[in-house]
Design a protein around this ligand. Structure first.
Ligand code: FNR
Length: 183
């Protein structure tokens, strides 16, 4: 069985460490997983007036989520919570009421920060939002990455062997769990 994993990176920045982290994680995944990076930068600010006639990027975004068997959120922490761009994406795909595209998709939550807190608060908030959206999240292992200079090598791989092993273990657990839930 092949699995499409919809990846949502909570940063729009070109050099995002979280985008790099997602790319590095992709290399640790089983062959039957295909990662599709969802664009969130072109989604309009959510406006309930548009529910009856959603803008084209929202319709596309929801279709991409529906086509995936599982989700992977890789996000920074902004001001002790999820970045607004990520919350906006979550809100856009959750509506109109009764047409929540996220529902039932198993999700991994992971993130890296240049602070030692390693996105712990952002992830905690994100898990709360996802619970409401009926998205089961992998509980353990948790990953709160402190990303300092030299974390990625020139090829974009995780430089530290210990960290790579830790993330490989995370990926193995995530993959097994996705297969169990998505079938
Ligand atoms: C941050 N950063 C940050 N880091 C953190 O650990 N906790 C926080 O609350 C915040 N808050 C915050 C707010 C805003 C507006 C910015 C721009 C940044 C720092 C953050 O970890 C750093 O900029 C990362 O590099 C952002 O992730 P990407 O874009 O590299 O993936």
């Amino acid at each position: 069985t092949q699995y499409t994993i919809a990846v949502v990176v909570g940063s729009l920045r070109q050099d995002s460490i979280n985008r790099k982290l997602a790319r590095a994680l992709e290399k640790l995944a089983p062959r039957e997983f295909t990662f599709k990076y969802l664009e969130i930068g072109d989604l309009p600010l959510y406006n309930q007036d548009n529910d009856a006639n959603p803008p084209a990027p929202v319709t596309r975004f929801k279709a991409e989520i529906s086509a995936a068997q599982a989700l992977l959120f890789v996000t920074p922490e902004y001001n002790r919570s999820v970045p607004g761009v990520l919350k906006n994406a979550l809100d856009n795909a959750s509506r109109p009421y009764g047409q929540n595209a996220w529902a039932g998709k198993p999700a991994g939550v992971i993130g890296g920060s240049i602070g030692t807190i390693g996105t712990a608060l952002a992830q905690s908030h994100l898990r709360g939002i996802l619970a409401y959206l009926d998205v089961p999240t992998l509980g353990q292992p948790e990953v709160y990455l402190f990303v300092k200079e030299g974390f990625f090598d020139a090829a974009g791989e995780i430089a530290s062997e210990g960290t790579r092993k830790f993330l490989q273990d995370w990926m193995d657990r995530y993959a097994a769990w996705v297969k169990k839930i998505a079938g």
